[in-house]
Design a protein around this ligand. Sequence first.
Ligand code: HEM
Length: 407
Amino acid sequence: MNETAPLAEESAPVYPMPRVSPVDPPPPLAELRAGKAASRVTLWDGSQVWLVTSHAGVKAVLGDRRFTAVTSAPGFPMLTRISQLVRAKPASASFIRMDDPEHSRLRSMLTRDFLARRAEALRPAVRELLDEMLAKLVTGERPVDLVAGLAIPVPSRVITLLFGAGDDRREFIESRSAILVDRGYTPDQVAAARDELDGYLRELVEERLADPGDDLISRLVLDQVRPGKLSIDEMVPMCRLLLVAGHGTTTSQAGLGLLSLITDPGLTEALAEDPGLMPKMVEELLRFHSIVQNGLARAATEDVELDDVVIRAGEGVVLSLSAANRDEQIFPDPDRLDPHRDARRHFAFGHGMHQCLGQWLARVELEEIYAAVLRWMPGARLAIPFEELEFRHEVSSYGLGSLPVTW
Ligand code: HEM
């Protein structure tokens, strides 16, 4: 293994760069994409890593097992202070931060529950939930905040439905999960929220062990824990991952997608003409907003050539999903939201072995949320000027603080 430290480049720009437009990635990303396969950037802690911005480059790195997702690996980029916390307590890491074979062993226990047809089977329940929520929202006062009213509660109700967790613990789950993905909190606050969440999940797992029901936790307990294939210590971080990964992400994407739908008449007209366009629209909105705004982190475990750049073993790499999803080589006129575009090659859900496990569920939730708002609030429009919207930059999933609408 090559242990030589890379030469620090004094000119390496600070990453992440600030946005100029709230719905577009920072402009320097497009300039970097036009240059080398990877560029040096400086992170908040002063460390330098490689940044990959092209579609081809992101695909190559995420599909290459010489790059590790283990945060304690030498050179692993610490995108936030909170990533340091994960590194400090690797025992409680979930499989998103593991390599194979451990990663596949744990992930494969869940794949059946997250197949496209399983997500499809949940669609009627999601629709019913949305109809119930919207029926209440439309009879209340206007404007309605669609972030607090739908984008936050829908993903959390869907996941608690899967877990068979009581509705009474939903607020607790929502608040603790939010702390885990928000950069506004100190590492101590994050650690405390994670411990509380783990304590709750451990109780839930133990309850199901004693008295299994008909839910995801019970199935894992019966198929994996009881036969000794999965320990409770492994299952708790696995459940935490499902809660956290499916939460802030879907909330952010739902909010930004709704914003586009109610402010861009071309989109609603296209849907009115052809309601069957919704799945395509959801893909395009995923591509366009790419809410995992600062991208994914990996470290090279061997020297790897990436076109004109050699990434040395022990060097960190950040894959900018938002830049790759605006790559004109793959998506012509990439800064345009085009409801007719076939955007399926986007990387909003990542790529390779860690590609989002919950992507089919997320698609069902998003399609149903967008369709329900258009159905229940025809002519929905922003209740405040666009410039007054509050965008949340300090979270790992970029999104809106609130979305006040009237109709
Ligand atoms: C992984 C995005 C919704 C569960 C990922 C990754 C991305 C992502 C980019 C790859 C991380 C990496 O490679 O390091 C999103 C987006 C969502 C969403 C944009 C919504 C719009 C969900 C939902 C769930 C979920 C609803 C489950 C309830 C997971 C899990 C992983 C993951 C378990 C880890 C997979 C692995 O390591 O093998 N997601 N996600 N996600 N996501 Fe999602």
